[in-house]
Design a protein around this ligand. Sequence first.
Ligand code: AMP
Length: 284
Amino acid sequence: MKELARQARTESRIVGLVPTMGALHAGHLSLVERAKRECSPVIASIFVNPKQFGPNEDFSKYPRALDSDTKMLEQAGVDSVFVPEPTEIYPNGFSTYVQVEGLSDKLEGRSRPGHFRGVTTVVMKLLQIVQPNFAYFGRKDAQQSRIITQMARDLNLDTEIVVCPPVRESDGLALSSRNVYLNADERRAATVLYRALGAARGELAAGVRDALQLQSVLQRTLGAERHARVDYAEIVDAESFEPVVRVSKPSYIVLAVFIGKTRLIDNLYIELKSLDSEELVFYF
Ligand code: AMP
């Protein structure tokens, strides 16, 4: 992989990388499409990273679909697919980790201790192996994208991190490889994340800025769904991921909700229409 990417760089080509854990869906493919518009060659990686799963999480049963993934990527026009073995990425004696302090401890990091340390370590390794000009990530994982952008800045990486909007099913459920865990009832219930975000957006559009008031709308919608158990539902600053009291600058409403045994996350990104305006713009 290093040799192939090095060759492309010597030819002054613009290298794009799309890191994934496989079990690909249209969300992943949207990152590939964006990369294709901006880069050639486009390299996709598939690696279910053991270091970002907690001991009681779903590493062993995480969906794997290498054959169909490779076909999908080929059809999407990816130039190379990088599928390293765990022992190649983490050989015996592996002992160096990358950790973005502060940001990695909140929300997802609090619920999944060590998760982001695993993510930043593997992403840093992939970025070192490929040394792409651009690497593509989904805003579906808002905190992850924020942390990776911070890592690239802090470590002076030559890669520009590009964050792309989430792709959703027609009923609003954000595509996720974990959606295959949902049974029919749970699949219906899973739209509650999108419905809760929509309810909060309604309040914001009507002029509500108070975070507690928004949180009660979220809790009311989520609480009405019997299959749902809320892990967190918060309104946070888009830079620091610290809770806000009032929505007055770029923010996220971030949700993590168990639907049955499946933990789903989603978010709504909120921006001010202009610097001197109170009007907001919403991005699902
Ligand atoms: P994963 O395979 O889940 O690790 O995801 C690989 C990349 O795809 C990450 O940057 C994710 O944020 C992104 N991604 C996952 N789901 C979606 C989605 N529904 N829309 C857009 N990007 C996504």
